[in-house]
Design a protein around this ligand. Structure first.
Ligand SMILES: [Zn+2]
Ligand SMILES: [Zn+2]
Length: 862
C-alpha cells in the first residue's frame, strides 16, 4: 500500500464483491427489504455516457447508504433494448438490430461493472429477451381481455423520419420524442390502450405521491380534467348537430360564432357550396403544415375561413356563422368551439374577419379597450336572458342545471388525456400477439402460445408506407391457426410501443427467477420457435393442445408483496408524461385484475427523486459540439471512484452541474490525500505510544468527526451529496492541519473506521481497500458494515445557528451553544444585542416574540 493506484485496486474489489455476493440480497429471506431502483436505461450504442453514469451513481449512493443502515437493498439493473431508439441506431451503423443489441448489451454491462454500482446481477433483464417479452405480450392480451385494448381508425401522429405512428405523449412540442423530426397527422387503423378509463384514478392519486412538483404538475396538466357543458347546435337546413364544449357556462349568452378544427371529419357533412368547399380544402392543407404546438401558441397568427353555414344558437335563438379556424384543435374538447368577445383569442379572430360580437359583462374602467376575460368568472350579467342582472359567481351551478333542463346541452367532464396508441410500424419490438381470422375477426393469441417470437428477417427497415416490416416475414410466420375456429388466420404485423416494455419491468425484477415467471416457457418457446421458423405444418399445430389457463401470471405473490412498491425510484424528469404515466396505469390495471393482491399501495413508485443534468464547460453536451464526456476515458485515467466522487460533488444532485476536467483532477488529488492520510494512520498504529483499537482519538478531531458523521448522514438521506462531500473535505482539512502541527496518529482505529465508512457510498473501491488494511482480519466488505452513528454527547458543546427574524424576514443569524439555544430568554438577549437586529427594531415596538426552541426566533414589531 504505497501509491494510490485505482487500476490495481478497482478490478480486485469488483471481483471480491461478485464472489461474496455483497450486493445480491436473497430475495426470499430478506428481513428488511428496500427496493432501490434507477429508471430503466436504454443505452445508446456508444454505451453509457456521463449523464447515465451521473444518474446511476446518485442512485447507487442512496442504495449503499441504505444497505449500511441495515436494509436488504435490492438494486437491479437491466436494459430497455427494444424500440425505435436502438433500431434507428442499428440502421445508422448498418447492422441488424438483433446483432447490434448483442454488441451494445455487452459493452453496457462491462461499463456498469466498471463504475462500481452495487447491482444485483442475478436479476438482470433485457426487454428483447423472449422470456421477458413473452409477458409483455401477455400484458397486451390481458388488456384485450379486460376491454382495455381496442383497434380503431383515427387521426394519429406520424413521424416521417421514424416512419411510424407515435402516441400523443411521444410528440413533444410537435416533434418526435426520439428523433426530433416534426410530426404530421395521418389517418390509419391502430391498436390503443384505454388509459383514459383510469384518468380519474391517475389524477386523484397525485396528491399521495412524494414526487417533485414539476413532474406531478406535468401529469396533472397532461390528464387535463375539465368540467363543463356540451352544447348542441342544429345546423340550419341540414340534419347535422354540432356539439361544442365550454368550461365557462355562465358566459354562453355572449357567444356569436362557432369555429371548427379544419381537420374535423364533420366538415364533410356540412355539404359546403363549391366556393366554400374549395376554401376549406386549401385552408386544411395550409394548416396541416403547422405543428399542433405552434397552433396553440399565444402569438400564433389566427386564421380561418367561413363555411357559408350557420347554426341556431340555443341561447339567443339567433344564427351563428360557422367558421374553420387554425387555433381549433381536433383533440381539444370536441374540436368545435363556441366563440365570444370574452376570450382574447376569439376576439382577435372576430375583429380580423369582421364577425359581430356581443358583450355580457361591462368592461373595466381601467381597461376600456378590452372586453372582460371570461376566465375570471366574475361580473354582473347583461344581455343574458333570464340571467340578466345576476352575478356570474352566483349562477355557475344554476346555469348548468338550466342548460340540462332546457335540453340545450349536457353536463360533461373532459380530459386532455387520450388513449395510448400502442402499435408501431417498426421491426424491433415484441409482435403484437393478435391474429385476424377471416371468419372470427381479431383474437388474442392463447396465453400458453406466447411469446410470438420476433422472426429474423433481413429486410427489417421501416417501409414508410405505413406498413410494418414484419409484412415481409415468411408466410410460415404470417399465417397461424385461429385460436377460435382453427382455420388459417393472419398475425398482426405491428409491434408494440417500447414504452409498453418499460411499463412493468420493475415488477419483473424480483420475479425473474421464480417458477411463475419462467413456467413452461421453454417448452412453449420450442414449440413456438418451430412455428415461427415455419418447419411445422399447420395441421400438426392444430392438433396441439391450446388449452387456456387464465390464472397464470408472471408474479410470485409473496415475493412481489415483499418487494413492491419500489421504495426509491430515481431518474430524470424527461419522462414525466411518458414512462411515469404509463407505469402508473399498468400498475393500476394489474391491481384491478387481481395480480397484485395483498399489495396496498395504489401506486408503483410512491417516492420519486429526479436528478439534474450534467453539462460540460458550461454547455449542453452534444456530439456536434464534440464535448460529450466519455466516462471510460476518465475511469481509465483517474479510476471510477474519482469520477463518482466528482460527479456527486459538482452540484446538488437534483440540479446537476458543470463537468470540468480541472475539477476532475482536483477530485483525484483529494482521493490521493485520503489515501496518504490512512497510510500514515495505518503505518503508525500499533507502534509504541500510538493509538490502536480501544484507545481514544484526539479530543478535537473526535468532535469534528462526530459533527461530520451527523452532517453526512443527514445530507445523504436528503440526496444532498455535494454538501456531504464538502463536509468530508472540511474534515480532511482539519485532520491534515493537526497532523502538520506535528500530531501523528490522531485517530483511533475505531474512529478511522467510522471515517472511511462515510466515504464508502461515494467511493466504493478505495474505501474497501483501506477498510481491509484497517481490519486485516475482516473477511467481509465495508459495504455490508453498519453506518456509523455520531455521539450526541460529544456534540453538545457544539454551537447552533439561530436565525433572527423580524416580521418573518431573517435579518441576522446568531450563534449559541446548545443549552442557550434552547432558552428563550438567552436567545432574546443575544438577539437584542445583535447590531443588525438593533438597526431593524430601533424606535419600534415589539408586539410579540415567537421562539422555537433551538431553531428560530421571530420578533413581531411595528
Ligand atoms: Zn422520429
Ligand atoms: Zn377463426
Amino acid at each position: 500500500m504505497d501509491i494510490y493506484d485505482p487500476k490495481t485496486i478497482e478490478p480486485r474489489w469488483r471481483q471480491f464483491w461478485l464472489d461474496k455476493k455483497v450486493y445480491q440480497p436473497d430475495l426470499a429471506v430478506a428481513k428488511k427489504p428496500y427496493y432501490n431502483l434507477m429508471m430503466f436505461p436504454y443505452p445508446s450504442a456508444e454505451g453509457l455516457h456521463v449523464g447515465n453514469m451521473y444518474a446511476f451513481t446518485g442512485a447507487d449512493v442512496h442504495g449503499r447508504f441504505k444497505r449500511m443502515q441495515g436494509f436488504d437493498v435490492f438494486q437491479p439493473i437491466g436494459l430497455d433494448g427494444f424500440g425505435i431508439h436502438s433500431e434507428n441506431y442499428a440502421i445508422k451503423v448498418g447492422r441488424h438490430p438483433k446483432e447490434h443489441a448483442k454488441i451494445s448489451e455487452k459493452h453496457f454491462y462491462e461499463q456498469l461493472h466498471m463504475i462500481g454500482d452495487g447491482f444485483a446481477w442475478d436479476q438482470k433483464l433485457e426487454t428483447y429477451d423472449p422470456e421477458y417479452y413473452r409477458w409483455t405480450q401477455w400484458l397486451f392480451v390481458q388488456m384485450y381481455k379486460h376491454n382495455l385494448a381496442y383497434r380503431k381508425k383515427a387521426m394519429v401522429n406520424w413521424c416521417p423520419s421514424c416512419k411510424t405512428v407515435l402516441s400523443d405523449e411521444q410528440v413533444e412540442g410537435g416533434v418526435c420524442e426520439r428523433c426530433k423530426t416534426a410530426t404530421t397527422r395521418k389517418e390509419t387503423e391502430q391498436w390503443f390502450f384505454k388509459i383514459t378509463a383510469y384518468a380519474d384514478q391517475l389524477l386523484n392519486n397525485i396528491p399521495k405521491l412524494n414526487w417533485p412538483k414539476k413532474i406531478t404538475i406535468a401529469q396533472q396538466n397532461w390528464i387535463g380534467k375539465k368540467e363543463g357543458v356540451i352544447i348542441h347546435h342544429k345546423v340550419n337546413g341540414l340534419k347535422v348537430t354540432l356539439d361544442a364544449f365550454s368550461a365557462y357556462p355562465a358566459w354562453l349568452f355572449a357567444d356569436t360564432f362557432l369555429v371548427i378544427a379544419p381537420d374535423h371529419p364533420i366538415i364533410e357533412d356540412l355539404q359546403l357550396e363549391d366556393k366554400y368547399y374549395k376554401d376549406y380544402k386549401g385552408f386544411l392543407n395550409e394548416t396541416k403544415k403547422i405543428t399542433v404546438e405552434a397552433r396553440q401558441a399565444d402569438k400564433f397568427e389566427k386564421k380561418g375561413v367561413f363555411t357559408g353555414r350557420y347554426v341556431r344558437d340555443p341561447f339567443t335563438g339567433g344564427d351563428m356563422p360557422i367558421w374553420l379556424a387554425n387555433f381549433a384543435l381536433l383533440d381539444v374538447g370536441t374540436g368545435i368551439i363556441r366563440c365570444s368577445s370574452h376570450d382574447p383569442r376569439d376576439y382577435e379572430f372576430a375583429k380580423k374577419y369582421d364577425i359581430s360580437l356581443r358583450e355580457i359583462v361591462e368592461r373595466n374602467k381601467e381597461e376600456p379597450d378590452k372586453p372582460i376575460h371570461a376566465h375570471i368568472n366574475k361580473g354582473t350579467l347583461k344581455n343574458s336572458g333570464e340571467f340578466t342582472g345576476r352575478n356570474v359567481e352566483d349562477i355557475l351551478e344554476e346555469i348548468v342545471e338550466w342548460i340540462v333542463e332546457k335540453k340545450i346541452g349536457k353536463r360533461v367532464t373532459t380530459y386532455h388525456l387520450r388513449d395510448w396508441l400502442i402499435s408501431r410500424q417498426r421491426y424491433w419490438g415484441p409482435p403484437i400477439p393478435m391474429v385476424n381470422c377471416p371468419k372470427c375477426g381479431w383474437n388474442p393469441m392463447p396465453e400458453d402460445q406466447l411469446p410470438v417470437l420476433l422472426p429474423d428477417i433481413k429486410d427489417f427497415k421501416p417501409t414508410g408506407d405505413g406498413l410494418s416490416p414484419l409484412q415481409k416475414a415468411p408466410k410460415s410466420w404470417l399465417e397461424t391457426v385461429c385460436p377460435k375456429c382453427g382455420g388459417v388466420a393472419k398475425r398482426e404485423t405491428d409491434v408494440s410501443d417500447t414504452f409498453l416494455d418499460s411499463s412493468w419491468y420493475f415488477l419483473a425484477y424480483p420475479n425473474l427467477k421464480t417458477k411463475e415467471f419462467r413456467h413452461s416457457s421453454l417448452r412453449g418457446a420450442q414449440r413456438r420457435g418451430n412455428l415461427a421458423e415455419g418447419n411445422i405444418d399447420i395441421a400438426k399445430a392444430r392438433s396441439l393442445d391450446f388449452a387456456r389457463d387464465d390464472s397464470k401470471s408472471p408474479f410470485n405473490l409473496e415475493l412481489t408483496k415483499k418487494w413492491l412498491p419500489v421504495n426509491a425510484y430515481i431518474g430524470g424528469a424527461e419522462h414525466a408524461v411518458l414512462h411515469l404515466l404509463y407505469a402508473r396505469f399498468v400498475w393500476m390495471c394489474f391491481k384491478d385484475w387481481g395480480y397484485l393482491s395483498g399489495i396496498d399501495s395504489p401506486e408503483p413508485f410512491p417516492s420519486l427523486f429526479s436528478h439534474g443534468l450534467i453539462i460540460k464547460d458550461g454547455a449542453k453536451m452534444s456530439k456536434s459540439r464534440g464535448n460529450v464526456v466519455n466516462p471510460d476515458e476518465y475511469i481509465n485515467r483517474y479510476g471510477a471512484d474519482a469520477l463518482r466522487m466528482y460527479l456527486m460533488f459538482l452540484g446538488s444532485y437534483d440540479q446537476g452541474g458543470d463537468f470540468r476536467d480541472t475539477g476532475m483532477v482536483g477530485m483525484y488529488r483529494f482521493l490521493e490525500r485520503i489515501w496518504r492520510a490512512f497510510q500514515k494512520q495505518i503505518k503508525t498504529s500499533g507502534k509504541a505510544g500510538s493509538r490502536s483499537a480501544g484507545q481514544n482519538s484526539d479530543k478535537e478531531i473526535e468532535r469534528i468527526l462526530n459533527k461530520t458523521i451527523k452532517k453526512v448522514t443527514e445530507d445523504i438521506a436528503k440526496f444532498k451529496y455535494n454538501t456531504a462531500i464538502a463536509s468530508l473535505m472540511e474534515f480532511m482539512n482539519a485532520y491534515e492541519e493537526r497532523v502538520s502541527d506535528g500530531k501523528e496518529n490522531i485517530l483511533s482505529t475505531d474512529d478511522a473506521g467510522k471515517l472511511i465508512k462515510l466515504f464508502a457510498p461515494f467511493a466504493p473501491y478505495i474505501t474497501e481497500e483501506i477498510w481491509h488494511y484497517l481490519y486485516p482480519d475482516s473477511s467481509g466488505s465495508i459495504h455490508s458494515s453498519s453506518w456509523p452513528e455520531y455521539n450526541s454527547k460529544i456534540l453538545e458543546g457544539e454551537m447552533v445557528e439561530i436565525p433572527v427574524q423580524i416580521n418573518g424576514k431573517t435579518r441576522a443569524i446568531i450563534s449559541a451553544d446548545q443549552s442557550t439555544a434552547k432558552s428563550q430568554s438567552g436567545i432574546e438577549k443575544m438577539a437584542m444585542e445583535d447590531l443588525s437586529v438593533m438597526r431593524y427594531i430601533e424606535g419600534k415596538k415589539i408586539n410579540k416574540i415567537i421562539f422555537v426552541s433551538g431553531k428560530i426566533i421571530n420578533l413581531i414589531v411595528n
